[in-house]
Design a binder for this molecule. Structure first.
Ligand SMILES: Cc1ncc(COP(=O)(O)O)c(C=O)c1O
Length: 392
């Protein structure tokens, strides 16, 4: 296990470095929710060792006893440089950012800045389940604008939702998931520009959750929402949590477009200071020095997408899978299997493999499951084997 502490060697597929025995020693949610005979491919944790630059940054901080409150601008600086390098965007202004404890707390904080209790928050279902819980917890009201059949944003449905929610003159926000969880779809520049135009026309404020932005395949291009024309009053959230498996080292960044700087100024001091200093150190190191490790991960995820598609085609051809180009997640349409609304319950019960139930993702989720691809290729094969045995 000492290899784990020193971190992964770069350029080696991080998804191939840990054995199932090592993973079962983990104490995190993915590995502790179910008994040991269950193969867990659900919550978005990755079966990887920590990237070496991240491991070094936090062990150095611990050695210094550097465990106080966060300070300085190293985190937004690292994200700005990453955005310029990877996404060709140099518009992330360090002075228009605020530390937030994590992305979902940042989403709630952003929604509080641009809406009042009782106002509508529009989402593209099926979508990441905590969007529903967090919006409700913040006292706002969810309005669904379902994705199209092709799993892309249906601009007509979105405009209709904008029109409906703004009809009474109350503020409304649109919580965009970019790239989209669970489908892995990367929104194009044209789509994002159209969204910004619609939002402007209807007076809807956009909050873009871009936590999966680093996890975009080499062949695709991630476009930051705030980089498109018309998005000047948008807010976005980023973190290294998904790209480098840092959910246990919490820390997010709220970024404001030029016309949202006034809103950002209203983020209470207590929010930024509640962010973990160790988390900030980890996320900063990931964005600044974790590029090589990330590239190896992205190649491994691409391989796993192809492997899953091939395994399903061979063993479960009735399952529909349109591989996305982003996230570590696969969205599987299992309706043709005849397992009812909740196939994940059948796969768990009879196949001993834990996937996310599509039901939690809102309208359009019934009959679907979400599978986490961030694991060793052998475990993808094993998961399909278990799913197949569940229906046999
Ligand atoms: C779209 C999306 N937003 C937010 C989160 C959670 O982020 P955090 O743990 O920083 O709150 C996830 C986790 O999977 C996610 O997929």
């Amino acid at each position: 296990m000492s290899g784990l502490l020193s971190g992964a060697r770069t350029s080696v597929n991080p998804l191939r470095q840990l054995t199932i025995e090592q993973l079962r020693q983990r104490t995190s949610l993915k590995w502790r929710e179910y008994p040991d005979d269950v193969l867990p491919l659900w919550v978005a944790e990755m079966d990887v060792p920590l990237a070496e630059p991240v491991a070094r940054a936090i062990t150095d901080a611990v050695a210094r006893g550097d465990t106080g409150y966060p300070a300085g601008t190293a985190y937004p600086q690292a994200v700005a440089e990453f955005a310029a390098r990877r996404w060709g965007w140099d518009g992330l202004a360090v002075e228009r950012t605020a530390l937030v404890p994590d992305v979902m707390h940042g989403v709630v904080e952003a929604l509080r800045l641009v809406t009042e209790p009782g106002d509508a928050v529009i989402v593209n279902c099926p979508v990441y389940p905590p969007f529903y819980e967090s919006v409700a917890h913040a006292g706002r009201r969810i309005v669904e604008a379902p994705l199209g059949e092709d799993l892309r944003i249906d601009l007509a449905a979105l405009e209709e939702a904008f029109r409906r929610t703004r009809a009474g003159g109350r503020p409304a926000a649109y919580l965009l998931c970019s790239p989209h969880n669970p489908t892995g779809v990367v929104h194009s520049a044209a789509e994002l520009t159209a969204i910004a135009g619609l939002a402007q026309r209807h007076g809807v404020r956009v909050v873009a959750d871009e936590i999966h932005a680093p996890v975009v395949a080499g062949g695709a291009r991630f476009v930051p929402y705030l980089s498109v024309q018309g998005a000047e009053n948008g807010l976005s959230l980023v973190s290294a949590s998904k790209g480098w498996n840092l959910a246990g080292l919490r820390g997010g960044l709220l970024v404001a477009g030029p016309a949202a700087a006034g809103d950002l100024a209203r983020v209470p001091f207590g929010v930024s200071v509640s962010t973990s200093h160790l988390g900030v150190i980890a996320h900063t190191a990931a964005f600044r020095d974790g590029g090589e490790w990330l590239d190896a991960l992205l190649t491994g995820l691409d391989d796993n997408r192809r492997l899953l598609a091939a395994q399903l085609a061979e063993h479960l051809p009735a399952v529909r899978y349109q591989p996305g180009q982003a996230t570590c997640l696969a969205w599987l349409d299992c309706r043709a299997l005849g397992l009812g609304d909740d196939p994940a319950a059948v796969f768990l019960d009879r196949g001993r493999v834990a996937l996310n139930s599509g039901l939690a993702f809102g309208t359009g989720g019934a009959g679907h499951v979400r599978l986490n691809l961030a694991t060793a290729p052998e475990l993808i094969i094993e998961a399909v084997h278990r799913m197949t045995s569940a229906i046999g």
